[in-house]
Design a protein around this ligand. Sequence first.
Ligand SMILES: *Cc1c(COP(=O)(O)O)cnc(C)c1O
Length: 390
Amino acid sequence: MPTPAELSSALDHLAAIHRLRHRHILDSPQGRVLSAADQALLSFASNDYLGLANHPEVVAALQHGAAQWGAGAGASALVNGHLRPHATLEQALAQWLQAEAGLLFGDGFLANVGVIPALVGRGDAIFADRLNHASLNAAAQLSRAQLHRFHHNDMSQLRHLLANSDAKCKLIAVDAVYSMDGDEAPLADLLQLAEDYQAWLYIDDAHGFGVLGEGKGTLFEQGVLSTTSPLPEQVVVMATLGKAAGVAGAVVVGSQSLIAWLENRAATAIYTTAPPPALACALLASLALIRDSTARQRLQQHIAFFREATAGLPWPILPSRTPIQAVVIGEDGQALALSQQLRQQGLWVPAIRPPTVPEGSARLRISLSAAHQQADVAALVAALWQIAQS
Ligand SMILES: *Cc1c(COP(=O)(O)O)cnc(C)c1O
């Protein structure tokens, strides 16, 4: 870590190794076509998988919500910031995910770092996939439980670690869909292991909610749960509400007693102002749109078309049936150059570099969305082929 005096040379070093990152200002709402730096860009960068971030019905619900319930919640949920729209939304999301109850958080990062330390602490153990999201790693550190990381999706290593642990309370934590790869955790196997070793199974479904399993998420896509099966009591599901749902926030769902425990012990839901109630109103509109499969069908067509049309490109495209399509380039500088070339052709495709992904696996992370038109995806594919052949 740099001292204050060392900051500028540390930044220069990052730039020299192609690791300096900065934000780009958008001069338009999130959507398929963005305006940035006086350029119109076709975007394959957002997590707005269903095109709800600027959907007229969601925007109208936000406006009406603000008119009826005001701009801010004014207090933490436990004091007096828990308004009717929050309660209605929690109930609607719990019901949609077939859980007994739900608890809202300001965002997914806060949900992870609040819930996991509320369930495990000193003397307990967390079993985490190596490719888990940074917020799950932060949650593990904050909890002070012993952290065992297993190789990506390696269930035999996980079984071995669980069998050899004498921790009082065990928690397995995974991303359901891996955010930089687009592949999925084997949830049926994980649930079996959780049962065999009396562990919690914590599923971060940031990228599955709204998209997979008819909108109910990865457990449903994989057939672990059907529309008639309740969420098992040792399972905790976290769904973020800023990605497919297009707004902001996160919900954690589980058993009645789990949620009552979290209401009392999850620091990031207790010592923080409740989200603006209008956000809950907007999210109720999002949920209604998620229930309708039209956007999801369009998205699935884009995914199928993209995979078919890119077969044979010189770069490996990781297996994925999700909107996250990772084209692995390898070297940081090369991934950046490719992203730059696409940008010159009016296409915004981010290059993702370490430490977000493992060393030597810099990649283009293409996000497809129901907001795209078929011609948009065709334009991206054509640009990739043209670069590959030049
Ligand atoms: C985005 C993401 C989060 C954080 O959610 P926010 O609501 O954006 O804070 C957590 N986990 C995973 C896997 C994510 O991709």
